[in-house]
Design a binder for this molecule. Sequence first.
Ligand SMILES: *Cc1c(COP(=O)(O)O)cnc(C)c1O
Length: 372
Amino acid sequence: MRDATRILRSTLTPPEPGTALHPGPVFAAPFHTPGDPANAAYSYARSHNPTWTHLEQAIGQMESGDGYRARALVFASGMAAVTAVFGAVLRPGDVVLLQAGAYFAARVLLQQYFAGMGVVVRTPATLSADPAQLAGVRLVWIETPSNPELGVTDIAAVSRAAHAAGALVAVDNTTATPLAQRPLALGADFSVASDTKAMTGHSDILLGHVATRDRELRQQIDQWRTLTGGVLGPMEAWLALRSMATLPLRLERSCANAQRIAEFLAAHPRVERTLYPGLPNHPGHAIARAQMRYYGPVVSFVLPSQEAAERMLQASRLITQATSFGGITTTAERRARWGGDAVAPGFVRLSAGCEDIEDLLEDLAQALDAIA
Ligand SMILES: *Cc1c(COP(=O)(O)O)cnc(C)c1O
């Protein structure tokens, strides 16, 4: 079976006569557990819940590949999933390596909290397979394509070198989703994502997951989740299952739209720079082509000034101004309005939605004309 079919079918219930095609959410705190609780599949909902299980099986299947089966654990947000990997792996004295352009909240969490507890945080401009960079490192944190600058890292090459140096490798796979890129198949130990973005795609839930191939690592993450209690409600898990059924449709359309938008922007005289891994002149294009199936819905570009970016966003009739990305409607924002990322004042991060591409290109053309 191909991916789109498998993903769709993974959201169905078994064909028992008279039951619903899709499961409803199971609302529970404790479950019936007479006698020895070891005999009950579920006992208390901070540990496990049947609606999570269904979602975790669907995500685990997407993260699996030739010759291995991945298991996924879901969290209340992407950051809860990120924190679980940091918390389960890092101990005082350990060195963690992440690129300077990695997701803002992950960097701040490490620098403000984990560094204070004795973890050594190193943030080189780029990650490479260079043994000198990896010597003595416990965890390498790769984000590819990175948010918001869309830098590309060679997951297989860095994983090989990191393992040779005795380090674990985690990939923040948020911008791609496991349909477009499977970090575990490329050698990573953890595939982590904010499923708030393209994975669920409707801009209405927060969700995260961690997937692993290794039983022991999975148990550590599972225990972290139970002890810290950063768990999602069954309603969110159920909404996520519904949303994921259409991931192949949504992603195919939004990535095709992103490619066309990137090509349009790259040729536009008012745009100073366009960053998209699907453009042949992107420095990471060859690696992205080798390790990704789609280049993702996010296109970043640089306009000459803050004023130019604000005027363009205001003049657009189809771009919804909002943070986040990966939704079915096209959104964009001037990234520097938040601070935190070292980007130019006119830097715009755009997330291509599922609208008709001709409408989007016409709208972008008139919005860029408004810069004057
Ligand atoms: C949004 C995002 C996160 C955090 O996810 P939340 O669901 O907002 O907690 C982590 N990594 C990347 C790359 C993101 O874009």
